[in-house]
Design a protein around this ligand. Structure first.
Ligand code: SF4
Length: 468
C-alpha cells in the first residue's frame, strides 16, 4: 500500500497565513542570525574549529562500536547501567520498565529530541505516569498540547500573549503578567515538581567514552535539577552522541553554543558520571543510560552518514528561508528545517516524507552555517534522487522530470531550450521586465510578480568569462 505523504504543502499554506506564527518567526530571523554572526566574528579560528569538529564526529562514526563498548564499561565502573534499544518501541519499553522497577510515578523531564523521536511522552501518558517538562519552552508547549517547532527553541512559534493566556488558564495567574513575572511563575511551579519527582529523564548533548560521563547543556539549569534531585536518573540518548575524550566534547561545545544561541558557552554545562557516591551532597541513587539506535547504525553504511555528525544546534533552520517562512510544525514530524528534511525520510520512509527534501531552495545557507560541515543540500539531493528511483511521484511529475533529464543531458538542445524559454519570458515581461501571471506555473505569481530574465544567461556569461 502506498504511504500517505506528509501534507507539507497544505501545512505551509496555513503557516504563511498565520499572522502569529509569522511574527514569532521574524524574531528568529532577527535574533538568532545576528547573535550567531557576532559570536563567530569574535572567534577568528571558528572555521578551523569546524574542521576539527567534523573530524571528531567522523572519527566517532567510523569507530562507533569501540566507543560504545568503552562508554558502557566506564558507566558500569562508575556504578551506573547502560541499555541499548534497537528501535523506538524497545527504547520506550526500557524506560517504562526502569520507572516501574524503581516505583517512579512522578517524573520530571528535560528537553530531549530523541525522547520526542521515540514517542516517550505519549507512552508515559498511556502508562498513567505524571510527566512534567522542565525546559521552559517545553513546559509551555506541554501546556499548549503541541510539539516542539525548533531544536533549541521548542516554543519559538508561540508569542508572549499566548504564553500569558496559557499560564493564566493553567496556573490561575494574572493575565496581564510581565515576561519577568511569567518566568518567575514557571520557576515557582516547576520547583514543586523538582522536589516531588521520583525520577528525572534527560537527554545528552555528548557522551564521553573515556570517562563514561554524560554532558548536558542548558541556559536555565533545569537539566541539573532534573537529574540531581530525584532518586532515579535515566539518560536517553542516540548512539551517535558519543565522543572519545572530554576535550573533544569541549571542542564541540564551543561550536554548539556559538552556532545555536551565539553564546561563547551555554550558561550551564553539567558533567555527570554515575550515580551519587558516598559523601556527595546530591545526585540520584540509580543511574541508567538508554542508548537508542533506531536506525542510526543502518545510516552509517549509506551516503546519508554525514547527517549523524549533527550536534542539534539549530543553525541550519535559523538560516533556512523555507523554515523561516513556514516554521517547524509544517514539516510534520519531530525533526524540522534542513536537518529534519534529511532525517525524517530515513525514519518515516521516503514514500511518506518525499515532500520534505523538495522544500528547499538549495541556496546552501544551511551547509554554510553548519558547525560540523554537513553537506545538507547534497543529502537533500540524494533523497530527491531516491524518491524518483522509487517512483513515489505521480506520472505527470515523473514524465516532466524524465523530459527535463533527457534535455539536460544534451548540451546543444539544453542551450536551445533555455534560450527559447528566456526569450519567451523576456517577451512576456515586456518593458516592465516583470510577469504578472506565468502560464502553466501560476503558483509562482499568485502573490508576487515574476522577474523576467536579464542579460544573456549563465552559459553566455561563463563563455564570455573564458574568452577574456
Ligand atoms: S545539521 Fe548542522 S546546523 Fe543543522 S542542527 Fe545539525 S549541526 Fe546544527
Amino acid at each position: 500500500m502506498r504511504a500517505e505523504p506528509l501534507s507539507l504543502r497544505e501545512q505551509a499554506r496555513r503557516a504563511l497565513d498565520d499572522g502569529e506564527l509569522q511574527r514569532a518567526l521574524a524574531v528568529v530571523r532577527r535574533g538568532w542570525q545576528d547573535t550567531r554572526r557576532r559570536a563567530i566574528d569574535e572567534l577568528p579560528e571558528f572555521d578551523e574549529l569546524r574542521e576539527i569538529g567534523a573530524r571528531i564526529r567522523d572519527h566517532v562514526l567510523a569507530h562507533l562500536d569501540i566507543y560504545l563498548e568503552r562508554f558502557a564499561e566506564r558507566v558500569r565502573a562508575a556504578g551506573g547501567e547502560v541499555h541499548v534499544a534497537r528501535d523506538a518501541a524497545e527504547a520506550r519499553a526500557l524506560v517504562l520498565r526502569l520507572l516501574e522497577q524503581h516505583r517512579a510515578r512522578r517524573v520530571t523531564k528535560s528537553k530531549s529530541m530523541v525522547c520526542e523521536e521515540i514517542g516517550l511522552a505519549e507512552a508515559m501518558e498511556e502508562a498513567g505516569l505524571e510527566r512534567v517538562e522542565t525546559d521552559l519552552g517545553e513546559y509551555i508547549i506541554q501546556l499548549a498540547g503541541e510539539r516542539p517547532s525548533h531544536l533549541i527553541g521548542p516554543a519559538v512559534h508561540i508569542t508572549q500573549e499566548r504564553i500569558r493566556d496559557l499560564f493564566a488558564r493553567h496556573h490561575q495567574s494574572d493575565p496581564d503578567n510581565t515576561p519577568e513575572a511569567l518566568v518567575a511563575e514557571a520557576r515557582q511551579v516547576l520547583r514543586r515538581h523538582y522536589l516531588e519527582a521520583d525520577a528525572g529523564i534527560t537527554g545528552a548533548n555528548f557522551l564521553v567514552a573515556d570517562t563514561g560521563s554524560v554532558i548536558t547543556v542548558t541556559n536555565e539549569g533545569n537539566a541539573e535539577l532534573t537529574q540531581g534531585l530525584p532518586r532515579l536518573h535515566i539518560v536517553v540518548a542516540g548512539i551517535e552522541k558519543l565522543v572519545p575524550r572530554m576535550e573533544d566534547a569541549f571542542t564541540l561545545l564551543r561550536l554548539l553554543a556559538r552556532s545555536a544561541t551565539g553564546q561563547e558557552f551555554s550558561a550551564y554545562t553539567t558533567i555527570i558520571t554515575g550515580p551519587r557516591r558516598e559523601g556527595d551532597l546530591d545526585g540520584p541513587e540509580a543511574f541508567h543510560v538508554v542508548l537508542v539506535d533506531n536506525g542510526r547504525s543502518d545510516l552509517l553504511a549509506t551516503r546519508f552518514r554525514p547527517i549523524l555528525r549533527c550536534i542539534r544546534c539549530g543553525a541550519c533552520m535559523n538560516h533556512c528561508p523555507v523554515y523561516l517562512a513556514i516554521g517547524g510544525h509544517a514539516y510534520g514530524w519531530v525533526y524540522v528545517g534542513p536537518m529534519g528534511a534529511v532525517l525524517t525520510p530515513h525514519f518515516l520512509g521516503i514514500e511518506k516524507a518525499y515532500p520534505l527534501p523538495e522544500a528547499s531552495t538549495f541556496c546552501g545557507r544551511c551547509e554554510e552555517v553548519c558547525p560540523v560541515r554537513i553537506p545538507l543540500p547534497g543529502l537533500l539531493r540524494y533523497w530527491r534522487e531516491e524518491a524518483f528511483r522509487r517512483r513515489v511521484h505521480g506520472p505527470s511529475v515523473r514524465a516532466g522530470l524524465g523530459i527535463w533529464a533527457w534535455i539536460a543531458l544534451r548540451p546543444r538542445l539544453y542551450r536551445f531550450v533555455v534560450g527559447l524559454a528566456s526569450w519567451s519570458l523576456r517577451a512576456l515581461g515586456g518593458r516592465r521586465g516583470r510577469i504578472r501571471r506565468l502560464p502553466g506555473a501560476s503558483g509562482w505569481t499568485r502573490s508576487r510578480d515574476f522577474p523576467a530574465p536579464e542579460g544573456g544567461g549563465f552559459v553566455a556569461g561563463w563563455n564570455r568569462g573564458r574568452r577574456r
